[in-house]
Design a protein around this ligand. Structure first.
Ligand code: CA
Length: 494
């Protein structure tokens, strides 16, 4: 493999351009050398094989055939110094947006995406490599790509200003408790990370109890879901105490976050009623509702919003600020609110913001946007915090710094970025090393921490007990017992 490696100048579009301008380039940082490894010379497994039909590749071709999970292309990458490196997988899509895994020495570092049908850059930022040789694998997730080559370039330093986020909330009428909470989060951002856990039965429910027994600590953040308050579930007999659990946890000194698996109005349910938040469970057409074609649908959505507003008003009356994460994971397209594209989604997000803020007078909300794609960003005036949801597999403790930095760059100046849902808990030492200072994490419930049976037993399928304990004991991680009195926390004026 060593012989296959070529040194080229990179950072400018083509070799020719660099050669032509080389005489004018004197500063050393303008001529950073990167390593290039051709995919057709790398180790291909499974169905991955070399082709040369699509033009624009370098070397002798490219590889394709990523169609099952064992389909992998592995590069042996040798670096001379310990440090962070950007891994650029030059790829072409076989049609539309695609994502595939990047694995270094057996550890998943996240995914890289591409959309272009010509060979273009697809960069995973800040992989930490020690001096020596590493196995860098490109592995099937969605597949449907042509992989031409891997370019390895030392990463730029993180600009520490990304951690200096504003504590000012987008709603100028925000309650003092909401302002206090945001001030606390902003003060800690960049230096510490809050622990969080979804637990539908509250602080004394299964997930919190299991985490407490395992680590001796409670998470600082309780994650809850308004799902069962959706009218099309309530009319089928669903009930929920999530609002009461939130009040209880706040009174015990904790912080609450809510998502809402919004079950579509009954009129649109096509399968089992309880699957009505998934695209497969409904025939709702959000674009038709938002563009006025489906007037009744618009009113039905307003009725649903009213039901959730009632719960949020109960929380406001109890003085509880809420890290509010509606319409989550929209760009993934698996929930109906993300199935009609970015424009309809943004219109709904802004409608929801307007209704809750201006019609219902909800001032206790900290708006946590979780659209997970820059094209789906509704605008700075509607977003306090940016959240990403990541489920990297089992026993994967990497910091997911690439996704973190991508989210940081959705807007400028940067907003606070949090890991709003996760499977595995990341290793906080790796987060600090990589600069992936997520404001908090919030592990999803059920099997991600607890056995499925009714006994309260820890499930180490995703995060081993030792790592969970390490995370909860880490100096940079904040647990419930370490939170200040948030009802008295000083409000920052910027
Ligand atoms: Ca090639």
């Amino acid at each position: 493999m060593e012989e296959m490696k070529r040194f080229v100048w990179c950072g400018i579009a083509s070799l020719l351009a660099v050669v032509m301008s080389y005489s004018a380039v004197s500063a050393e940082e303008d001529s950073e050398i990167c390593l290039v490894y051709e995919a057709e010379d790398a180790l291909c497994e499974g169905n991955v094989h070399t082709e040369s039909l699509v033009e624009g590749y370098s070397g002798n071709g490219y590889v394709t055939g990523f169609s099952t999970e064992r389909d992998t292309c592995t590069f042996l990458v040798s670096v001379e110094e310990d440090g962070f490196y950007d891994l650029n997988f030059v790829t072409a899509s076989m049609g539309g947006y695609k994502e595939n895994y990047v694995i270094v020495d057996g550890e998943s570092l996240g995914t890289v995406s591409m959309e272009e049908e010509s060979f273009t850059d697809s960069i995973l930022q800040r992989a930490y490599l020690t001096a020596g040789t590493h196995e860098v694998s490109y592995s099937e997730y969605w597949g449907w790509v042509y992989l031409d080559r891997l370019e390895v370039t030392p990463s730029e330093e993180i600009d520490s200003s990304i951690y200096n986020v504003s504590a000012e909330l987008v709603n100028e009428n925000a309650t003092d408790n909401a302002k206090r909470l945001m001030s606390y989060l902003a003060d800690n951002y960049g230096s510490s990370i809050l622990s969080g856990q979804y637990s539908q039965d509250g602080q004394y429910g299964k997930e919190f109890t299991v985490v407490y027994r395992e680590t001796g600590k409670y998470p600082a953040i309780l994650g809850l879901d308004f799902i069962e308050y959706s009218p099309s579930r309530a009319e089928n007999g669903s009930t929920s105490n999530a609002t009461q659990y939130a009040i209880q946890f706040w009174e015990n000194g904790g912080i609450v976050t809510f998502c809402w698996h919004w079950n579509a109005p009954a009129k649109y349910l096509t399968g089992e009623w309880y699957n009505g938040f998934y695209v497969e469970g409904t025939n709702i057409d959000l674009a038709a509702i938002m563009n006025g074609e489906d007037e009744e649908g618009y009113q039905l959505l307003l009725d649903d919003i009213a039901a959730i507003a009632e719960q949020l008003l109960t929380l406001q009356d109890a003085g509880v600020p809420v890290l509010w994460r509606p319409l989550h994971e929209a760009s993934g397209g698996w929930f109906w609110w993300g199935a009609s594209g970015a424009e309809a989604y943004k219109q709904l997000y802004i409608l929801l913001y307007d209704q809750l803020t201006n019609v219902y007078g909800l001032n206790n909300l900290i708006w946590l946007w979780n659209g997970q794609d820059a094209d789906w960003y509704p605008g700075d005036e509607y977003v306090d915090i940016i959240g990403e949801d990541i489920y990297p597999g089992e026993h994967v403790y990497t910091s997911q710094v690439d996704t973190y930095l991508r989210a940081v760059n959705y807007t400028s100046p940067a907003k606070m970025v949090v890991l709003s849902e996760n499977g595995c808990v990341f290793d906080p030492d790796l987060a600090v090393r990589d600069g992936a200072m997520w404001g908090f994490w919030c592990t999803w419930g059920s099997e991600f921490v607890a056995k499925s049976m009714s006994i309260y037993a820890y499930n180490d399928q995703y995060t081993e007990s030792e790592m969970l304990v390490k995370a909860y004991e880490s100096d940079v991680v904040v647990t419930l017992d370490e939170l200040p009195d948030l009802t008295a926390y000083p409000i920052r004026d910027n």
